[in-house]
Design a protein. Structure first.
Length: 309
């Protein structure tokens, strides 16, 4: 009997031991699950890092390609002679005979040129502050010099003056801001506060640059901007500016320098001329609204000055 009991006890112990080996406890299962989750997270992080690395490599490669392309284009442009480059940009080499005022000059072959997109204070038929300074500045920069002229869209204004951008030297890229700042005379006038931007569609190729440069000059109180936010002449930055494209293709002077008249559009006196050609025979520079010969029909731009040059 004792032998039977002993056998039963041994059998129970063996069965118990077998069950313990075949079935892991709950703690072991939890540890295994955590390890699996940790491994999955590491794999995810690694995949994301590899994806970011590939994207960064692609970005760097693209930037390098663009830089190499730009450098190649610059080298090709440098290989061109100034004449070839000027021809590709539509530039014309001319000599400046004399300066009329800050934004107008005459070429050696007798053509009168009005600078596109800018307006300097008057110093001829009317006088505005900084007008003489602007005229002297243009004189010092252009008189007797060879410069390059570039047409935007319009050929001439209503006075028959050529409408042109003027480059002091040939740019390798005529839309590069740095070259516009350093080589274009129209921009030079605006940057130094001698002119305001004055936009007349369709000649708007550089208008955004001129407005940007004028704001810089105004913030620095350069030139005419030292007098205040309105300067001394009309332009795109004036709160009362009436350009807004209404003067399309005129390129005409837009100065508001006539301060002697009341602004009346009625005939101010007894002299009368059939047209501006006849008036200029007597009054070469035109007349203000207070002059006896003033008639509103001769004042096309309604600036209280008739038949100005």
């Amino acid at each position: 009997m004792r032998i039977i009991k002993a056998i039963l006890i041994i059998a129970v112990l063996l069965i118990s031991s077998s069950c313990t080996k075949d079935t892991p406890d709950s703690k072991t299962k939890e540890i295994n699950k955590e390890k699996q989750e940790e491994a999955a997270e590491k794999a995810k992080v690694k995949a994301e890092a590899e994806e970011k690395a590939k994207a960064e490599e692609a970005r760097i490669a693209e930037e390098k390609e663009n830089a190499e392309k730009a450098a190649q284009e610059k080298q090709e442009a440098a290989k061109q002679s100034p004449e070839e480059l000027a021809k590709s940009l539509g530039l014309e080499l001319i000599s400046v005979e004399r300066v009329v005022d800050g934004d107008t000059f005459v070429t050696s072959d007798g053509r009168k040129v009005r600078l596109v997109g800018v307006n300097t204070p008057e110093s001829t038929t009317r006088h505005e502050q900084y007008g003489k300074e602007a005229s002297n500045y243009t004189h010092s920069k252009l008189t007797g010099k060879q410069v390059w002229m570039q047409k935007d869209i319009s050929e001439t204004d209503r006075y028959g003056r050529l409408l042109r951008i003027v480059w002091l030297s040939v740019p390798s890229n005529d839309m590069d801001e740095n070259e516009i700042r350093t080589k274009m005379f129209n921009a030079d006038l605006v940057l130094n506060g001698y002119a305001e931007p004055s936009t007349y569609p369709p000649d708007v190729k550089y208008s955004d640059y001129f407005v940007k440069f004028a704001r810089e000059a105004r913030e620095a109180n350069k030139g005419l901007w030292a007098l205040g936010a309105q300067g001394t002449t009309k332009g795109d930055l004036d709160s009362s500016s009436g350009n807004n494209g209404s003067g399309a293709s005129t390129g005409g002077d837009t100065s508001n320098g006539s301060t002697s008249g009341s602004g009346s559009s009625t005939n101010a006196g007894s002299e009368s001329f059939k047209n501006c050609t006849e008036m200029r025979k007597v009054y070469p520079n035109g007349v203000p609204s207070t002059h006896p010969a003033y008639e509103s029909r001769h004042d096309r731009d309604k600036d209280n000055w008739a038949c100005e040059q």
